[in-house]
Design a protein around this ligand. Structure first.
Ligand SMILES: [Zn+2]
Length: 304
């Protein structure tokens, strides 16, 4: 099995019971050692070291700008981590310091920082669009250290939204894998199929429906493999494997431009020749393909 799905890594305990402990929260915010991650528009400040490793840049509570504050958790050394939804300060005039998001840096961060950034971006994306009550339109305010909001008029509580999406590797009876190109992708870029779970639908039924809609293939033996948060802006990707009943592909031209079956040898050759581009290593789609392939995919040729 290939290494962990990039955005499922984490090291800091979320410490949910402390979110309502105002005495503890005030004390933690007054601690010099408390680390604050400032996030907005899916970006935070980070530094790339000489070795290529990327680390988040934290501020002290004193340095942090005003904004919705949320407790991210407490680490094994009792250091508290907070997020603040506000524009991160402009990068200082220092080499290697940038504002970046999960797409650029999610796979380059260590376990602690990957978990903190994924959590913080998920919450800040939600706060950015949740200033008003979805029932009555009145302003809402953060409660539970930024893990929920409450309407200031009707008192209703609102929790961070998370949209389940299924992503599935479909294999045929010869264990060839189905890869497709979305109509919005550049030539040669392919991946496994994916789609949102609809209201009142199980994830397994969503897998079968999406595969049939997109490529006209019926599937059985839908089995769950792993999930990955994808807070861009607020999805949870549920990774599955499914068996195709037939091999005749009918692409739905709305979403899928082309699709084909690949044996492991076909795929290796197509990547090495530069005929196919694989999804980035951050994604659960690549992880699903590598799980089927049986290891790391070969490297693409360097552009001429
Ligand atoms: Zn309301």
């Amino acid at each position: 099995m290939p290494s962990t799905v990039a955005l499922t890594r984490s090291q800091v305990e979320r410490s949910a019971p402390l979110r309502t402990n105002t005495e503890w929260l005030d004390k933690a915010w007054a601690e010099l050692g408390t680390r604050v991650l400032v996030v907005a528009n899916g970006q935070a400040l980070m530094r790339t070291g000489d070795d290529g490793a990327v680390e988040l840049i934290f501020l002290s509570p004193e340095e942090a700008p005003e904004g919705v504050r949320f407790l991210l958790g407490v680490d094994a050394d009792d250091v508290a981590y907070f997020g603040v939804a506000a524009t991160p300060p402009a990068p200082a005039d220092e080499t290697g310091v940038t504002r970046a998001g999960l797409r650029e840096a999610g796979h380059l961060l260590g376990d602690r920082d990957a978990g903190l950034l994924t959590h913080a971006i998920g919450l800040s994306n939600w706060h950015e669009v949740s200033a008003h009550c979805s029932r009555c339109g009145a302003p809402t305010e953060p409660i539970m250290s930024g893990h929920a909001r409450k309407c200031t008029v009707d008192g209703s509580e609102h929790f961070p939204r998370c949209d389940p999406a299924v992503i599935m590797l479909v294999a045929d009876a010869d264990d060839r894998c189905l890869l497709a190109r979305n109509v919005n992708w550049p030539p040669r870029r392919v991946s496994v199929l994916a789609g949102f779970v609809e209201p009142g639908e199980s994830a397994e039924l969503a897998v079968a429906r999406e595969v049939y809609e997109e490529v006209g293939i019926e599937v059985s033996k839908v089995s769950y493999l792993a999930s990955q948060p994808w807070p861009m802006p607020h999805s949870l990707m549920l990774g599955f494997r499914a068996e195709a009943a037939g091999t005749e592909i009918h692409v739905d031209d709305d979403e899928i431009a082309e699709a084909a079956w690949y044996s492991r040898d076909d795929l290796r050759a197509a990547i090495e020749n530069g005929d196919l581009l694989m999804p980035p290593s951050l994604s659960i789609s690549r992880w699903l393909i590598e799980t089927w392939y049986g290891g790391r995919l070969p490297k693409a040729p360097k552009p001429a």
